[in-house]
Design a protein around this ligand. Structure first.
Ligand code: FAD
Length: 563
């Protein structure tokens, strides 16, 4: 690995995160422990349970996931006019030169088979005259997005997978169980420790752990992500020593409902795919002059042009206009959005809807190969927690549900190989739990600190970044962390510490990348700089010092995206 850039960003206050604090200790043991019950975790657990004794832990219930909220659909080359090659080309272009072509090839070639399997499992995708209806979304050269229940794709798919999981009786499911940290033994991941609803701690020993904890949109104040998306999987993988990749890349969705709610309502890109426009205050369709695909330009491009309008018009939102589309069609095709807007006092069919960018998809994650293997033996990752390299610097719309399906299934195949030869489960493990009774932090201070992280990240290290702002952000985050006592056994506190960890990684890696590329926009380095920066950033905890070390990988050779 070439190491042209290296910076340290201060020691992380990470270990030991857990105070036993007199809590009851329970034990369980599995071949495979899956952490997370979204599309990636469900796919991995259902598949692995054919051969292995599997436990699945989720911090909420199975319907409290990002997957459940997904609206637009799943992209795959299913039309006779389409091909994996075209899907590959669109994905590489959207990724602005940072995609790993081998991983994208796996995604687009295996995607169609995974969609058909989902149908066999009982998912009812929307059809007309027996044929799948394929939707169009930004930066796709053709209509290739299957959807279900109109704009309720995520809940339909997740419910079908959850039904298989719970009816099969082969997976031990623990909902409302918060995983605090991974268990390590001689450099290998051997399980995890979790906190139950009654305050009890469970030590789950496992021969392999699959992290499928979703994203970290909650790091930013304006987000489409549910409250559970606090980057726990990212923070845990980092604490365990995994290499994290491309943590500076958070995708902001251009059309989230403008307001102060957390989370805010997404207005799916499929609306623009069906012909909705973006207008500025003067009513002008500003994307017409900005990109050949107008409103269907890649997301990063649309967000950049929205920013220009904000600066020019001294505003912080623009308008989504679907008034020219047929009302009945809008109500039937977009029931979630239509009802969601009604609850907020807006009518999609007759009114302009105020929209602003919101954090939506975290491209950064635990570095994996195309089989879900992280850099730690025994630790696998898939879905939004992982960085398999398929999104580059900007994710193509509707590729992430596909990512969960494809790489969740490949993780299962790899588990079969790994478990056939891996060491048996450890019988003993040294627990690095603090012994002292911790008072932790006052609930109001924790809530206030979470708000501060969100605000500072949104305004100082969000859509537009500068060295000066990021330096201030780093100082604010460090001061905040220093003001907090070590966390007690409360989910809110532990989430706050994980949010802080991820926020600091975003700031550290974004500061190092001195260029603008995809979703990473620096006003002090406005140009894309392939000579220096056609590279991934890699972040890792230095085992000896506990410091965060940021480096950059070798140049990405194979990805042809020209953005
Ligand atoms: C509003 C919205 C709409 C979207 N629409 C689309 C779309 O149409 N198409 C598309 O491709 N993508 C879409 N996306 C993105 C996509 O939904 C996500 O990237 C994807 O669902 C992530 O799946 P996942 O399995 O990785 O994680 P998730 O679905 O987020 O699941 C994460 C799981 O991990 C668990 N977990 C987290 N931390 C812990 C912990 N500490 N202990 C125990 N469990 C934990 C959670 O409880 C949850 O069960 C959308 C995203 C949003 C927010």
């Amino acid at each position: 690995m070439m190491r042209p850039a290296r910076s340290t960003a201060g020691a992380q206050n990470v270990a030991p995160l857990i105070s036993r604090r007199g809590a009851e200790l329970r034990y369980s043991s599995y071949d495979v422990l899956v952490v997370g019950g979204g599309i990636a975790g469900l796919t991995a657990a259902v598949g692995a349970a054919h051969r292995w004794n599997v436990g699945l832990v989720t911090k909420g219930t199975l319907d409290q996931t990002t997957t459940f909220l997904a609206q637009g659909g799943i992209a795959a080359a299913l039309s006779p006019h389409d091909s994996p090659e075209l899907h590959l080309k669109d994905t590489l272009e959207a990724g602005v030169g940072l995609c790993e072509e081998e991983a994208v090839r796996v995604l687009v070639e295996e995607g169609p088979a995974r969609i058909r399997e989902l149908e066999q499992l009982g998912t009812k995708f929307d059809r007309q005259g027996g044929k799948l209806i394929l939707g169009r979304e930004g930066a796709h050269s053709m209509a290739r997005v299957v959807h279900a229940g109109g704009d309720a794709t995520g809940s339909v798919v997740a419910s079908a997978l959850a039904q298989v999981l719970t009816s099969g009786g082969r997976v031990e499911l623990h909902e409302n169980e918060f995983v605090l940290d991974l268990l390590m033994d001689s450099g290998r991941c051997v399980g995890a420790v979790s906190l139950g609803e009654e305050g009890e701690l469970t030590v789950s020993l496992a021969r392999a752990v699959v992290l499928a904890c979703g994203g970290a949109g909650q790091v930013f104040a304006h987000t489409t992500n549910p409250l559970v998306a606090t980057g726990d999987g990212h923070a845990m993988a980092y604490r365990a020593g995994a290499v994290m990749r491309d943590m500076e890349f958070m995708q902001f969705h251009p059309t989230a409902f403008y307001g102060t709610e957390n989370p805010t309502l997404l207005l799916t890109e499929a609306l623009r795919g069906e012909g909705a426009f973006l207008r500025d205050d003067a009513g002008e369709r500003f994307m017409m002059r900005s990109h050949p695909r107008a409103e269907l330009a890649p997301r990063d491009v649309v967000v950049r042009h929205m920013r220009r309008v904000f600066d020019r018009d001294k505003t912080d939102h623009v308008w989504l206009d679907a008034r020219h589309l047929e009302s009945r069609f809008l109500r039937e095709r977009f029931p979630t959005v239509h009802v969601g807007l009604q609850k907020r006092g807006f009518d999609l069919c007759t009114q302009l809807i105020p929209v602003a960018p919101a954090s939506h998809y975290f491209i950064g994650g635990a570095l994996t190969d195309t089989w879900g293997r992280t850099t730690i033996p025994g630790l696998f990752a898939c879905g939004e927690t992982a960085s398999a390299g398929i999104h580059g610097a900007n994710r193509l719309a509707s590729n992430s549900l596909l990512e969960g399906l494809v790489f969740g299934e490949r993780t299962v195949r790899e588990l079969d190989r790994y478990l056939a030869v891996a060491d048996p489960a450890v019988r003993k493990v040294r627990l690095d739990l603090a012994d002292e009774r911790r008072e932790g932090n006052d609930a109001a201070a924790v809530a206030e600190s979470r708000r501060t992280v969100g605000q500072v990240m949104m305004h100082m290290c969000g859509i537009v970044r500068t060295r000066e702002d990021m330096e201030k952000t780093r100082t604010t985050l460090e001061a905040l962390q220093a003001s907090l006592a070590a966390p007690g056994l409360s989910v809110a506190e532990l989430e706050l510490f994980n949010l802080l960890t991820v926020a600091r990684h975003i700031v550290a890696t974004a500061s190092v990348r001195e260029e603008s590329r995809g979703v990473h926009l620096r006003s002090d380095f406005p140009e894309r700089d392939d000579a220096r920066w056609r590279r991934h950033s890699l972040a890792q905890r230095d085992a000896a010092t506990g410091e965060l070390v940021v480096e950059s990988s070798t140049v990405v050779e194979s990805s042809a995206g020209e953005g």
